[in-house]
Design a protein around this ligand. Structure first.
Ligand code: SF4
Length: 366
């Protein structure tokens, strides 16, 4: 096939083979790739709006047995740095979130060797009892798989109990690259690619809203990135009709400035062009995922703005607190004024969304 055939096939929303997607990713001129991705963005999400969100990322604990080589956030159970967020700290953080007009906590942590299903049920119930309007976008497939393993439960049983306790939606965290060659090297003790996919499949069958992610720019090949996207597209095709499935896809370059691993230190950084190409090819391959987010937190304002012309329709959230990628080197920040100004500067009209990508009223200033 030649490139023009692939542009047409993409614009027809036909699923590309891995070979076709790789050819586009590596050989299409950037303006052509951006143009096709932007056209597709208009098919999925027509108009001149770009969504954004207010949420707060709270880490349940930094204790983790996974030992991911790219992670500078986790520590061992007996480390002096080990912590578990207390009920008083949650209360203060939720109060701050509400004061800034947010309603959602993005709750993430590590694979704690002692925290099983009872711990998370009690935590979610406590948060929902104290703050009935709070939404919990919490955990991720590796944490769900870990909790299931600790309790000798199926993924379905684990998710059902978490939902009954207050889980509202499941983030696509911990996907990294869905290929076990890569995962064995960068996340040796983390549940594998199949576990990630199997947890998400169950979540979709239960009608839970989820998202998908990709952390790239470390030891993976471009072909493995394409495979990752294809696995997400194929899983989305399996979701029951009417189920939300993957509402969004977010990719970001690995932040490796402060990592200890000699395997990862000193790797060439993902360039602005590579990031924009990756957002564009994600929009093209994921012909059944409506929303594509630009990760301003990791690539900064200017590159994220360009992504809005390369298939992205969402600018993410003003995260009131973020520790995991920040501790690894990401240093960009936005408040509500600067995020909406950045969207306008890029030629779009900002609108505030919730986790389900529904419009929310912008809260009054305080
Ligand atoms: S990235 Fe997550 S799973 Fe991996 S070591 Fe860090 S906290 Fe643990």
């Amino acid at each position: 096939m030649i490139l023009s055939d692939l542009y047409k096939k993409s614009l027809d929303l036909a699923p590309l083979s891995d070979e076709e997607a790789l050819m586009l990713y590596e050989q299409a001129p950037l303006p052509a790739l951006m143009h096709v991705a932007n056209e597709l963005r208009q098919r999925h999400v027509p108009g001149g709006g770009v969504s954004w969100q207010v949420d707060r990322n709270v880490n349940i604990t930094n204790v983790c047995i996974s030992g991911c080589k790219f992670c500078t956030f986790h520590c061992g159970l007996h480390s002096p740095q080990a912590y578990t967020t207390t009920p008083e700290e949650y209360a203060q953080k939720v109060e701050e979130l509400f004061a800034k007009g947010g309603r959602q906590l993005l709750l993430q942590g590590g694979l704690h060797p002692k925290y099983g299903i009872d711990f998370y049920e009690a935590l979610f119930r406590m948060l929902k009892r104290k703050h009935p309007s709070l939404l919990l976008h919490a955990l991720g497939p590796p944490e769900v798989a870990h909790i299931a393993r600790l309790g000798n439960l199926s993924y379905r049983q684990t998710l059902e109990r978490l939902v009954a306790a207050g889980l509202d939606s499941l983030p696509g965290a911990g996907a990294e690259i869905l290929d076990d060659r890569v995962r064995r090297r960068i996340s040796p003790a983390k549940p594998g690619a199949q576990a990630w996919l199997d947890v998400m499949r169950e979540a979709h069958r239960m009608g839970l809203a989820t998202s998908a992610t990709m952390m790239f720019g470390h030891i993976e090949t471009r072909a493995e990135r394409i495979k990752h996207l294809r696995l997400i597209r194929d899983l989305q095709r399996e979701k029951p009709q009417g189920a939300p499935g993957f509402l969004a896809f977010i990719c970001w370059p690995a932040q490796l400035d402060n990592v200890a691993s000699t395997m990862l230190r000193g790797l060439e950084k993902v360039s602005a062009e590579e990031y924009i190409r990756t957002v564009a090819i994600s929009r093209i391959v994921l012909n059944n995922v409506a929303n594509i987010q630009a990760s301003w937190l990791t690539v900064g304002k200017a590159v994220a703005q360009l992504c809005l012309w390369a298939g992205a329709n969402d600018f993410g959230s003003i995260m009131i607190e973020e520790n995991v990628v920040s501790s690894a080197g990401a240093s960009h920040a936005f408040d509500r004024h600067s995020i909406t100004a950045a969207i306008r500067e890029a030629g779009y009209e900002p609108w505030l969304r919730n986790q389900k990508y529904e419009k929310e009223e912008t809260p009054p200033e305080n």
